[in-house]
Design a protein around this ligand. Structure first.
Ligand code: CP
Ligand code: NVA
Length: 303
């Protein structure tokens, strides 16, 4: 594993190995055990979109690991003024030990990996959000103890979160169901692959998808970059909501996850959100531990 561009590039074994290390790093942090596995290393963090969790967890993560992180906004780097990715990647590779990128096109992250000579981590694109899903899987395993026999249901837009949850969930052996409006399906290649697993369902019916679920997951109706579609999407997605009625279709001990930020009253009701706040904020915390594991795996032995 040289980069983390999308979960499709990882085997089940690699995913589980990241999760195991994440558990270890969480334990070490909680017990104040020094874990400076990236002493003297520097991570560049390129952001073309907003972020709270990703930015803070990567920056704190590098600090915890004995290294440092640089925040590079597109608003004030030459990349944001059109300097080619190919050139930026080769320049930054000479200063840094790893790069995390949050941007629009998945191809930009792939180009960074192609032209750079250091590990590249996808911190969210329109296509995928692998770091979030590693934290989600960590949280599910922490609460449910296993992925075996678990069913995860995603309700809402077939966006970056849906794409990565389908891949991550199926790779670790869960059953995955997605309910979305017909014109807002996840990526077609991911769907094609998902169908070969025999453990995947795609439907427009949220109750069918949520039936017997162990994990219910949702995300915003309009993602970053889709702000102009927000009003149209509010109409299309009406009903694609996790609420107390839908919870009845899931298992009685079902957990609820949300990558955040959440829009109460849209994809999730305030009462369900608050009833499951412990799970949702543990999930947010786990971003830190899971990403530290990714950075250690990618950057530790990097010469
Ligand atoms: N879930 C997530 O990636 O949050 P941020 O947009 O705040 O980084
Ligand atoms: N689908 C959302 C996820 C935010 C973490 C977006 O891309 O804006």
């Amino acid at each position: 594993m040289n980069h983390l561009l999308k979960l499709g590039d990882l085997s089940e074994k690699e995913i589980l190995s990241i999760l195991n290390l994440a558990d270890q790093l969480k334990y070490e942090k909680k017990h104040n055990i020094e874990h400076h596995y990236l002493k003297g290393k520097t991570l560049g963090m390129i952001f073309a979109k907003s972020s709270t969790r990703t930015r803070v967890s990567f920056e704190v993560g590098m600090y915890d690991l004995g290294g440092s992180a640089l925040f590079l906004s597109n608003a004030n780097t030459q990349l944001g003024r059109g300097e080619p990715v190919e050139d930026t990647a080769r320049v930054l590779s000479r200063y840094l030990d790893g790069i995390m990128i949050r941007t629009f096109d998945q191809s930009e992250v792939e180009t960074f990996a192609k032209y750079g000579s250091i590990p590249i981590i996808n911190g969210l694109t329109d296509y995928a959000h692998p770091c979030q899903v590693l934290a989600d899987l960590m949280t599910i395993r922490e609460i449910k103890n296993t992925f075996k026999g678990m069913k995860m249901t995603f309700i809402g837009d077939g966006n970056n979160m849906a794409n990565s949850l389908i891949v991550g969930g199926l790779k670790v052996g869960m059953e995955v169901a997605v309910a979305c409006p017909k014109d807002y399906k996840p990526d077609s290649d991911i769907l094609k692959w998902a169908e070969t697993t025999g453990k995947f369902t795609l439907t427009e019916d949220i109750y069918e998808a949520a039936e017997n679920a162990d994990v219910l997951y949702t995300d915003v109706w309009a993602s970053m970059g889709e702000e102009s579609e927000a009003e149209v999407r509010k109409k299309v997605f009406k009903g694609y909501q996790i609420n107390s009625d839908l919870m009845k279709a899931a298992k009685p001990d079902a957990i609820v996850l949300h990558c955040l930020p959440a829009h109460r009253g849209e994809e999730i009701t305030a009462d369900v959100f608050e009833a499951h706040a412990d799970e949702i904020f543990e999930e947010a915390e786990n971003r830190l531990h899971a990403q530290k594991a990714v950075m250690v795996k990618l950057m530790r032995d990097y010469a």
